[in-house]
Design a protein around this ligand. Structure first.
Ligand SMILES: NC(=O)c1ccc[n+]([C@@H]2O[C@H](COP(=O)([O-])OP(=O)(O)OC[C@H]3O[C@@H](n4cnc5c(N)ncnc54)[C@H](O)[C@@H]3O)[C@@H](O)[C@H]2O)c1
Length: 334
């Protein structure tokens, strides 16, 4: 099976490409990535070592996407992944995250390829998530998608609908994964995306951090899944795609991997043995949510899969990766 991973030099895409190569999943693995994300050039070097070719093109450019070789399967990991970018550069989010999906779908139609799409928990209603706060609930696929969800979330949600339309019309077999927070090595964390990796980095380098929003005391709760668990799941999805297709699942760390920012700080102190100053900014972004924890029941049942790595494992693995590559990473993580 020939596989194209879009966003193949990103955090998820690069780990997936290398996991597939190491585990001999697929006969050919290629990547499409315009290298716009900080750190993607470092990931490109990792791909090159594994003889994985990257096509440096913009996913919004249909002419160039169309010209790529034929693949049996496209795994779409390409996105402007930061929710807050919706406010600063709406065109970038729209073109990459929605026009990009359209181009991928046109390519799938032309080549009769299957599609695995990385969607997001941000398709769910901001208002409804606000009502949950810390009430211990987990969120399944039936949770409300009504109302605003950020332009990022809108593009993911619209992409899901577009995929269903193309599947209906052109019989494209697809899987949509609505992921919660993913973390692990080779994630180049920023304030607005990849907060777990950012937290470890700032502790390691004894730099200042801020709790932002919801009173500025670090009370937001998220569940986090290890990239290795994600790779294992997507590998299973690839293997079983002729049996299990045209489905949509939530995937995340679940209750056992749920953490507040405050707890993340405590664990970072344990893992790095460093204590840093954490400031406080009280104002909350319209797009921020106080709580999200995944209900993995559906994906567990279909694939007999479960996420195995604990939240502490994630921090330990990120810390080790950062220690091993500290000098080089200084260029990419601020
Ligand atoms: N990381 C998470 O916690 C998380 C959670 C839920 C969903 N997702 C989704 O998973 C996918 C992968 O996320 P990630 O964390 O690896 O993000 P990432 O930013 O690390 O990777 C995305 C890659 O896409 C590339 N890219 C961006 N715009 C492009 C364009 N116009 N043309 C070509 N390439 C372009 C970037 O250079 C980058 O390498 C995304 O679709 C994201 O929305 C991620």
């Amino acid at each position: 099976m020939k596989i194209l991973i879009t966003g193949g030099c990103g955090f998820v895409g690069s780990n997936l490409a290398i996991f597939f190569k190491n585990n001999k999943i697929g006969t050919l693995i290629n990547s499409l990535d315009n290298l716009s994300r900080g750190g993607s050039r470092l990931n490109l070097q990792r791909l090159k070592k594994k003889k994985i070719k990257n096509f440096k093109i913009d996913i919004a450019n249909n002419k160039l996407v169309k010209r790529l070789p034929r693949y049996d399967l496209i795994i779409d990991c390409c996105a402007e992944a930061a929710v807050e970018t919706s406010k600063k550069d709406i065109n970038k989010v729209f073109n990459t995250n929605l026009v990009g999906t359209l181009n991928v779908l046109k390519k799938c139609t032309k080549d009769k390829s299957k599609l695995i799409f990385l969607s997001s928990s941000r398709v769910y209603s901001i208002d409804e998530l606000h009502k949950l706060k810390n009430n211990n609930k987990t969120i399944n696929e039936k949770f409300s998608t009504a109302g605003p969800k950020s332009v990022y979330g809108f593009c993911k949600y619209s992409s899901e609908h577009l995929i269903r339309e193309f599947s209906f019309l052109y019989k494209i077999k697809y899987i949509v994964n609505r992921f919660g927070v993913i973390s692990g090595p080779w994630q180049f964390g920023k304030q607005d995306q990849g907060f777990v990796s950012l937290w470890v980095w700032k502790h390691l380098n004894k730099k200042k951090l801020n709790y932002i929003g919801f009173g500025g005391n670090g009370s937001q709760i998220r569940d986090v899944i290890h990239i290795d668990d994600v790779c294992e799941l997507i590998a299973l999805q690839v293997k079983k795609i002729n049996k299990n297709f045209n489905l949509l699942v939530n995937v995340g760390g679940g209750k056992k991997n749920a953490t507040s920012l405050k707890n993340l700080t405590t664990l970072c102190q344990q893992v790095t043995s460093n204590h840093i100053k954490i400031g406080s900014k009280k104002s909350t972004s319209e797009y921020d949510i106080p709580y999200y924890v995944t209900d993995n029941s559906k994906v567990k049942k279909i694939y007999k899969w479960r996420n195995r790595k604990s939240f502490l494992n994630i921090l330990q693995d990120v810390y080790k990766w950062m220690l091993d590559n500290q000098k080089e990473l200084k260029k990419y993580i601020k």
